[in-house]
Design a protein around this ligand. Structure first.
Ligand code: C2O
Ligand code: CU
Ligand code: CU
Length: 523
């Protein structure tokens, strides 16, 4: 109690200073709302730091750190030896206040990816605060239990800030999920997959490939899990819940366990599936999450299981990659030479991500329920819902959304929706006139949608080891991977909160270059 009071005092003091420094530049909504009585009150600071990632020199990173001012101490969980931000754990129904302190040398703002929150708490780039300033978020957790995440969202700088280390997991729990007795506590693990490129002094390099990196999106040549290369886990012969997040800027993974254990998916971006899904592969696009059950109860102590990305043809996600155009793997890929970005390790390469050591024998009685959601609301297509077609294409050196690119406050007439109305958005990956085509992870703020349909031209062929083998379109999603030639039909019920929200490609270099638009929710 005393300690909490002391911390609270420090928090208020720090806020007072930041507010004074910014003076009139802070609109009212960034100040604490006296009527808002939070159950959980946190400080989240973004600041430069350094960490040991590779052998030798420490790596300079930007990172989130946090403090709990009010609420359970377990609201923040630090991932040991990681540059990733603390895992934020909240319950559905909790009122949450987060005081974001920007101690970076440039403007920033944080977005709670997948959460349905009011406009002022969504982290739109026009809300970015200056270096040294603070932004206060206040919202109620209305999402289902699931794995969400947070990252910066300042316009033009999101890719670089996330790349330098600014990302973290946000876990929501609720009664519906708790009733299932899924693996929890020490058996509930996070696994954040990212790729990075380092220079000869172990420092991160970003967009060293210039234009081509921007067009393709950044691809690093070293795979990190929870901020560690060749990450290993020592586990027991029991079942684990592993919360997978692809927090890479642009890389797509086709995840698998190397010993033939199926990927058993229980949860997508927006929480539990109706029933578990077992398949050999799980394709995870940037910003997508999937929780899997890894049941080691039949495994032999001493064995290892690798989490890998299975090979697929890079042309399935990027049609001109490595095929002329001056980019791709043709430019080489030697580490320690300033980094070659795009092509050093192309999309579709076979990758080792993490090794699980089966270390201890324990008795396990875990049985995965055949149904996860008892009486989930059935989703039915609403035939009367307005249909909007959005083409993903490339013109005059730019990736576009519905023929447009981002303007900070601009909203077109077809980007106006009523609060809580249902629309069908048909997202069609038509590519560019020169044949450039890429897979785009299409993301919508403030909601979780259903993928009603995925279709492609009848004559489009699929390679043998296709990235499609791992696609999971089931469940509630906030991001869908739209592969070249594909058209996906999304049923979206928009947020109850009026205001300005975003939809965009979650390849961060595409988003930063303007493959992003606003939509306005009207009351
Ligand atoms: Cu994770 Cu607007 O994004
Ligand atoms: Cu988002
Ligand atoms: Cu894109």
């Amino acid at each position: 109690m005393n300690r909490r009071d002391a911390l609270f005092g420090i928090g208020i003091g720090a806020f007072g200073l930041a507010a004074a420094r910014l003076s009139s530049a802070i609109p009212d909504r960034r100040l604490l709302t006296s009527s808002f009585d939070p159950d959980v009150d946190l400080v989240l600071t973004a600041a430069p730091g350094d960490t040991q990632i590779l052998a030798g020199a420490r790596t300079r990173v930007w990172r989130f750190t946090g403090t709990v001012l009010k609420g359970p101490a377990s609201s923040l969980q630090v991932i040991p030896d990681s540059f990733l931000g603390p895992v934020i754990r909240v319950r559905k129904g909790q009122r949450v206040r987060i005081r974001f302190r920007n101690d970076l040398p440039e403007p920033s703002i944080v977005h709670w990816h997948g959460l349905d929150v009011p406009e002022a708490a969504d982290g739109h780039p026009h809300l970015a605060v200056a270096s040294g300033a603070e932004y206060v978020y206040e919202f109620e957790v209305i999402n289902r239990a699931g794995t969400y995440w947070y990252h910066p969202h300042p316009h033009g700088r999101t890719g670089s800030q996330v790349y330098q280390g600014l990302a973290g997991i946000l876990v929501v729990t609720d009664d519906e999920e708790a009733a299932l007795s899924l693996p929890g506590g020490a058996e509930d693990l996070v696994c954040v997959v990212q790729d990075r490129t380092f220079d000869a002094n172990n420092q991160l390099t970003y967009l060293s490939g210039g234009m081509m990196d921007r067009m393709h999106g950044l691809l690093g040549d070293r795979m990190l899990v929870n901020g560690r290369e060749r990450s290993t886990l020592s586990l027991s012969t029991r079942a684990y819940r592993i919360r997978l997040l692809n927090a890479s800027n642009s890389r797509v993974y086709k995840l698998m366990w190397d010993d033939g254990t199926p990927m058993t998916v229980i949860s997508a971006d927006g929480g539990l599936l109706d029933q578990p899904l077992s398949q050999p592969y799980l394709t995870l696009a940037p910003s997508q999450r999937a929780d899997v059950i890894l049941d080691l109860s039949k495994h032999t102590v001493g064995k290892t299981v690798q989490l890998r990305s299975a090979p697929f043809s890079s042309s399935e996600v990027s049609i001109d990659e490595g095929a002329g155009m001056g980019g791709g793997r043709g430019m080489g890929g030697m580490r320690g030479m300033g980094g070659m970005g795009a092509g050093a390790v192309p999309n579709g390469a076979s990758l080792l991500l993490m090794t699980v050591n089966v270390a201890r024998k324990v008795a396990s009685t875990f049985r995965l329920p055949a149904r996860l959601v008892s009486a989930g609301p059935a989703v039915r297509a609403e035939p009367s819902a307005p249909v909007r077609r959005i083409a993903l294409d490339f013109r005059a050196g730019q990736w576009l959304l519905g023929g447009r690119s981002f303007e900070m406050m601009e909203v077109a007439p077809d980007e106006m929706v009523r609060a809580e109305s249902t629309h069908i958005w048909e997202v069609a990956n038509v590519g560019g006139m020169m044949g450039q085509q890429m897979a785009h992870p299409f993301h919508v703020h403030g909601t979780q949608f259903r993928v009603m349909k995925r279709s492609r031209p009848a004559n489009a062929d699929t390679p043998e080891r296709s990235v499609r083998e791992g696609l999971v379109d089931d469940g509630w999603r906030d991001t869908v991977l739209v592969l070249p030639h594909d058209t996906v039909q999304l049923q979206i019920r928009f947020t109850r909160y009026p205001g300005l929200f975003l939809y965009h490609c979650h390849i961060l270099e595409h988003e930063d270059a303007g493959m992003m638009r606003n939509f306005r929710v009207t009351a």
